[in-house]
Write a protein that binds this ligand. Structure first.
Ligand code: NAD
Length: 495
């Protein structure tokens, strides 16, 4: 009798798209070259995909520019763009199982997450921008009587979207939804580790009625296709999510080419501040575990630093350890798994390297080893280090894995200073039952999002992004439209 789960059976029928999507059609890379995308759950090649290089990016940008100048999308009524994007949201829902499987097979993400969070969330975000775009009005400036100055928003033109692998479809949608709703054309470069859902999305968008050339997807390596987009003289803006190091490269590419706008959502080392006046330590432990071990810690806003008031530190760590024991690390296609693999062998080596660093500079509380090596997958134990000094590597560097760095503090002032002693500023959490403390601490934290008595609070209605070297510009909410539009002032002189 078969022991395959429902999802494992469905996965057998998934047929990945393998070509670049340019000007409304799937095409080979110009030189016919391909690269492997690997299933992180078993280390096997999942598909060979077109390896886009500068010449392919040129083709895609030219198609995007032609589409933009034609006005078929860029000058169409917002109500028309709304109807096409709503149709695309419907297509995503109709193909939700397939898209969830693609992100699980390609990105190693739990099917229980992709099928309930990533894919439904992507459709909902698209729907939200579609519904917003025909409700945005321009302005009439308060000029002198007789003059008339109107302020309107215009799409920028061709947007290059470059995204990471941790939420493959959803990160793409965070960029595409507002960019397309505003009337732009887009060239999307998915991460080389997880290109498959983006390619299927492009096909669904064409079926939904998006004109040829408005959405192009060029898979390939960062140093090749990503760089070519960054340096392209006919790209008007880059919307990037990824590491701080690569974000800085995009700033250089822009400076050395056409001064395109660059919007950066980069790394983080988010602090979770737990005060002793948070009475429900079980709730804190639940959230702290979710905050660092969800998605195997591969979340930009993961609460990777736990700053805990000394008097409750031992108690909280005991409760966290209990919950970690109950985590089930395993096949992401198995709905019973609660933690999947890391994205790649490179990421596994990187995380295990940080474990070695941690052993040298702090105290291992639990975890620290590779798991399920016989599967060929890149699994690692949920791990925590305590007594991490504020200047330790683990307190400063983004690991992007299931590795928690715990530091005890004595005073609120010390906690805030520790939280802010980071080159990153993406997010932070505060656990306290004191409203006045929350009201003091939240504004003192130099981050883009503060979650009080929870972790990683997020919704399409609220802006998401960072300060300091976590980047700038905001995804989600109406504010994201600012990145993809330019304000135009038009004066009509009085008679
Ligand atoms: P990465 O920076 O290596 O890659 C991101 C994208 O940039 C990929 O598409 C990649 O191909 C491309 N790229 C890589 N090198 C390039 C180069 N030289 N020129 C042009 N493009 C290049 O990041 P990653 O490893 O894929 O993702 C992990 C990082 O992303 C973490 O630092 C994480 O914090 C960050 N991230 C941030 C957010 C956020 O919203 N702030 C969300 C998710 C991930």
């Amino acid at each position: 009798m078969s022991t395959l789960t429902h999802w494992q059976q469905l996965a057998r029928n998934v047929e990945p798209r393998r070509h670049a999507f340019i000007d409304g059609a799937f095409v080979d890379a110009a030189d016919g070259d391909e690269f492997d995308t690997v299933n992180p759950a078993n280390g096997l090649v999942l598909a060979r995909v077109a390896r886009g290089r500068a010449v392919d990016v040129d083709r895609a940008v030219a198609a995007a520019r032609r589409a933009f100048e034609s006005g078929a999308w860029s000058r169409s009524a917002p109500a028309h763009r709304k109807s096409v994007l709503l149709a695309l949201a419907d297509r995503i829902r109709e193909h939700a199982d397939e898209l969830a499987l693609l992100d699980t097979l390609d990105g190693g993400k739990l099917i229980s997450d992709t099928s309930t969070i990533d894919i439904p969330g992507s459709a909902a975000i698209l729907q939200w921008y579609a519904e917003a775009v025909d409700k945005l009005y321009g302005e009439v400036a308060p000029t002198a009587a007789g003059d008339l100055a109107i302020v309107t928003r215009e799409p920028l033109g061709v947007i290059g979207a470059v995204v990471p692998w941790n939420y493959p479809l959803e990160m793409a949608i965070w960029k595409l939804a507002p960019a397309l709703a505003a009337g732009n054309s887009v060239v999307l470069k998915p991460a080389e580790e997880s290109p498959l859902s983006a390619l299927r999305l492009a096909e669904l968008a064409a079926e939904a009625g998006l004109p040829d050339g408005v959405l192009n997807v060029v898979p390939g390596y960062g140093e090749e296709a990503g760089r070519a987009l960054g340096e392209h003289p006919d790209v008007d803006a880059i919307a990037f999510t990824g590491s701080t190091a690569v974000g800085k490269m995009f700033l250089s590419y822009a400076g050395a080419s056409n001064m395109k706008q660059v919007w950066l959502e980069c790394g983080g080392k988010s602090a979770n501040l737990v005060f002793a006046d948070a009475a429900d330590l079980d709730r804190v432990a639940d959230r702290a575990v979710a905050g660092i071990y969800a998605c195997s810690g591969q979340v930009c806003s993961a609460n990777s630093r736990l700053l805990v008031e000394e008097s409750v530190a031992d108690d909280l760590m005991t409760r966290i350890a209990e919950r970690v024991t109950a985590l089930r690390v395993g096949d992401p296609l198995d709905p019973a798994s609660t933690m999947g693999p890391l994205i790649s062998e490179r990421q596994l080596d990187r995380v295990l390297g940080y474990v070695d660093v941690g052993r040298a500079e702090a105290t291992l509380a639990f975890g620290g080893s590779r798991l399920l090596e016989e599967s060929g997958g890149y699994y690692v134990q949920p791990t925590a280090f305590i007594e991490v000094a504020p200047d330790a590597t683990l307190a400063r560097e983004e690991v992007f894995g299931p590795l928690l760095a715990v530091t005890a503090f004595r005073t609120e002032r010390e906690a805030v200073a520790l939280a802010n002693a980071s080159e990153y500023g993406l997010a932070a959490s505060i656990f306290t039952d004191s409203l006045s403390r929350a009201q003091r601490v939240a504004p003192a934290l130099h981050v883009g999002t503060v979650s009080v008595n929870t972790v990683d609070a997020l919704d399409v209605t609220t802006p998401f992004g960072g300060v300091k070297q976590s980047g700038y510009g905001r995804d989600l909410s109406l504010h994201a439209l600012d990145k993809f539009t330019a304000l135009k002032t038009t004066w009509f002189a009085g008679a």
